[in-house]
Write a protein that binds this ligand. Structure first.
Ligand SMILES: Nc1nc2c(c(=O)[nH]1)N=C([C@H](O)[C@@H](O)CO)CN2
Length: 118
């Protein structure tokens, strides 16, 4: 299957298990790969036949800010459900990094895959 991807999307949002984290915004880095048949858009050069990576980038930051949670795991699961439902995405891989979380690590985070590749 073809893929549409977004790499290194930097968003600012409230996230974290500890009380002090609920008072601030922190940076998250998102990498998202989505399965899609890109031939449909290519046939007649039509944006509305594909996944608009610009629209989805904006939607992800908005989603994170409207759904504050403690864990990256929870955010990733909810984001994946949102994307699959809203855009009828059959398969996706989503990684969320929290670069400021561990002072002596470049970044930490999680990666999930949901749905099925045909
Ligand atoms: N696997 C995870 N571990 C931790 C998370 C998380 O979301 N997933 N979160 C924290 C804290 O919020 C941390 O980022 C604050 O330093 C700790 N471990």
């Amino acid at each position: 299957m073809d893929k549409v991807f977004i790499q290194g999307l930097k968003i600012q949002t409230t996230i974290g298990f500890y009380e002090w984290e609920k008072q601030i915004k922190q940076t998250l880095m998102i990498d998202l790969t989505m399965g899609w048949n890109t031939r449909l858009a290519a046939e007649n050069d039509e944006l509305d036949k594909t996944l608009d990576y610009a629209e989805i980038s904006v939607a992800l930051e908005q989603f994170a800010n409207e759904n504050p949670v403690d864990l990256l795991e929870t955010l990733a699961e909810r984001m994946a459900n949102f994307l699959i439902t809203e855009y009828q995405i059959p398969w996706l891989k989503l990684a969320i990094g929290k670069p400021g979380a561990v002072h002596n690590a470049q970044t930490v985070g999680i990666e999930i895959e949901r749905g099925h590749l045909s």
